[in-house]
Structures are given as structure tokens and as C-alpha cells.
Design a protein around this ligand. Structure first.
Ligand code: NAP
Length: 307
């Protein structure tokens, strides 16, 4: 419900306009083309293509499918990617040794360890073993620290993708109230840190399962980010008219009418919220496609220092 005359004006009840459905698929496709252009230039200057190694343990079908998607996207943009696949019984010591070799291999720019790891492996220990210079997932504490203090560097893919969605959709952040629901290390916390940076300048509140009167806090948001993992948690009563609503959730909800027996559903009640929001991301086709696009950007950064 943004004003037609001033798209960045604060929303008011008098505003009359159309909700903008943010097309994450289209924005991600644009970013992939931008990355492909940079890779082409890099290679045309006589350097080798950026190289990403993905380490995958076991045969979890969801992980294997994510990894295939990452490899496909790399191939399309000219990034040289390879998946190193090991049995789920690989020992932690052997995995750490594999990561050490990749760290030392000058022909490797980016390293990604596909999560989740089997129970016998300490995930944090493994993520800290990846060289911060090759940490394209931005999970290493050194890179998390750089993000917090606003230094250039890797950015965690999903929150960085959301920042691109906001920027490329014309959502003003400066001085606006942003509420992030969820405080995970992968989404909620880095999201809040990106929004509060100088130059972005949002006033940020983070909610979680202990937040008192969460609907009232959510209703104060000009930008509402839902990263909860609960299907259709955010309803119209929790949304300020005209707000930008970003739905990170990817929940499987049983649906016998579908061949696969479920449908993908976000953390936002899209049907109820879309009519009052100024901007909204659909699920699927909103935040999801951005995550891989930003992984490509991080790999490009690892190889070239370019964003
Ligand atoms: P997570 O680690 O499970 O964190 C969920 C957060 O939501 C926690 O901070 C939790 O609070 C909070 N929460 C849970 N129930 C709540 C409630 N009733 N009221 C208030 N807060 C509540 O999940 P995540 O990894 O951040 O992922 C969140 C969602 O995003 C999931 O659906 C996931 O599949 C999806 N996701 C999508 C992408 C993508 O590329 N599109 C990427 C990553 C994740 P506490 O901390 O108090 O427990």
C-alpha cells in the first residue's frame, strides 16, 4: 500500500497502491548474469576460472539435491565447481585433513561443507577449520566478526540475498523500523547485523520464542523478516499496512493432492498478508533462489576480491 506518487513515502492508511510481489527468481537470474560477466572478464584477463569445492558426506537426498543445484549454478556462470563426496562414516579427523588440504591448495578459491553433518562430527569444529579466505558460506567466526564490524568480506548467503531483494525492489531501509523474527546464526542474527550497518541504517529489533507480545512488535515493522520455520506463522494482524514482508521460511506441509505428498510453504500467510503489504516475497520464488546466487557472488569474491 505504497503511495503511487512517492514509492518510498512512509505508509499511511490513505495510501492506495498495489502490493509488489518481489520476484526472487528474476532478481537471482540477474545476479547470476552479473557474476557470469565478471567471471568472463576475469578469465579473459588470462586468469583461471574461480574454483569452488563442495564437501558432501553421506547420501541425504535433500543435501544431494542442494549440492546439484549449486554445481549447476556454478557451471552456468563459468565457476569451476566440484563435489567431493564421502561416506557418512568418514571420521572427523579425516574430514579435517581433507579441509586442511583444500585450504593449502592454491587452485581452490572457495570451500563449502554441506550441512547437516553426521552426528559423530562436531559441526563447529569443521566450520572453523575452513580457511576464512575460502569460507564462501561465511560461517567462520572471523568472517562473522567482519560482518558485524562492517568490514568488506564474505556475507552469509540468505541474509545477503535478502539485502539484494530489498535494494533491487526499491525498499527504503534508512531510518525504517526492521523486525527480524528468528535469531539463528545462519539467518536471523546476520540479517539483523546487515540491516543495522551504517549506510543501511535500519532500526532493528530481533524477536524469538521468548519475545513478549510478538504480534505487537511485528506490527511496528516497516520491514518484517520472518525466519522462524513455522508454516504461515505471520498473519495479517501482525503486519503494518504497506510494510515490506520478507518470507525466509521453507516448510513442508502435507498435501495429498500433490504427487510428492507435500507443498512448500513459507512462514507468512501469503494470502492473508499480501493484500495489505507494500512488498512481499512468495514461497517458492522469493528468498530461496537468492541463496545460491549469493553463494556465486561469494565464490567470485574469494577468487577476485570483487563483489
Ligand atoms: P532455526 O535455526 O530453527 O531458528 C528459528 C528461529 O525462530 C529461532 O530463533 C526461534 O527462536 C524462532 N522461533 C521459533 N518458533 C518461534 C515462535 N513460536 N515465536 C517466535 N520465534 C520463534 O531456523 P533457521 O535456520 O533460521 O531457518 C528459519 C526458516 O528459514 C526455516 O523454515 C528454514 O527452512 C528457512 N531457511 C530458508 C533459507 C532459504 O534459502 N530460503 C535458508 C535458510 C533457512 P529461539 O531462538 O528462541 O528458539
Amino acid at each position: 500500500m505504497r503511495s503511487a506518487s512517492d514509492p518510498l513515502s512512509p505508509p499511511t492508511a490513505a495510501n492506495t497502491s498495489v502490493t509488489q510481489i518481489i520476484d526472487g527468481k528474476a532478481i537471482a537470474a540477474t545476479i547470476r548474469l552479473e557474476v557470469a560477466d565478471h567471471v568472463r572478464e576475469h578469465v579473459a584477463a588470462g586468469r583461471r576460472a574461480p574454483s569452488l569445492k563442495v564437501v558432501l558426506l553421506g547420501e541425504d537426498p535433500a543435501s544431494a539435491s542442494y549440492v546439484r543445484g549449486k554445481n549447476r549454478a556454478c557451471a552456468e556462470t563459468g565457476i569451476d565447481s566440484e563435489t567431493l563426496t564421502y561416506g557418512a562414516d568418514l571420521s572427523e579427523a579425516d574430514l579435517l585433513q581433507i579441509i586442511r588440504s583444500l585450504n593449502e591448495d592454491a587452485s581452490v578459491d572457495g570451500i563449502l561443507v554441506q550441512l547437516p553433518l553426521p552426528d559423530h562430527i562436531d559441526e563447529q569444529k569443521v566450520l572453523r577449520a575452513v580457511s576464512p579466505a575460502k569460507d564462501v558460506d561465511c560461517f567462520h567466526p572471523e568472517n562473522v566478526g567482519r560482518l558485524v564490524i562492517g568490514e568488506p568480506g564474505f556475507r552469509p548467503a540468505t541474509p545477503a540475498g535478502i539485502m539484494e531483494l530489498l535494494k533491487r525492489s526499491g525498499v527504503e531501509t534508512r531510518g525504517r523500523s526492521a523486525v527480524v523474527i528468528g535469531r539463528s546464526n545462519i539467518v536471523g542474527k546476520p540479517m539483523a547485523n546487515l540491516l543495522v550497518q551504517k549506510g543501511i541504517d535500519a532500526t532493528v529489533t530481533v524477536c524469538h520464542s521468548r519475545t513478549v507480545d510478538l504480534p505487537a512488535v511485528a506490527r511496528s515493522a516497516d520491514i518484517l523478516i520472518a525466519a522462524i520455520g513455522r508454516a504461515e506463522f505471520v498473519t495479517a494482524e501482525m503486519v503494518k499496512p504497506g510494510a515490506a514482508v520478507i518470507d525466509v521460511g521453507m516448510n513442508r506441509v502435507g498435501d495429498p493432492s500433490r504427487d510428492r505428498g507435500y507443498r512448500l510453504c513459507g512462514d507468512v500467510d501469503f494470502e492473508g498478508v499480501a493484500p495489505i503489504a507494500g512488498w512481499i516475497t512468495p514461497v517458492p520464488g522469493g528468498v530461496g533462489p537468492m541463496t545460491i546466487a549469493m553463494l556465486l557472488k561469494n565464490t567470485l569474491f574469494a577468487a577476485t576480491g570483487l563483489f
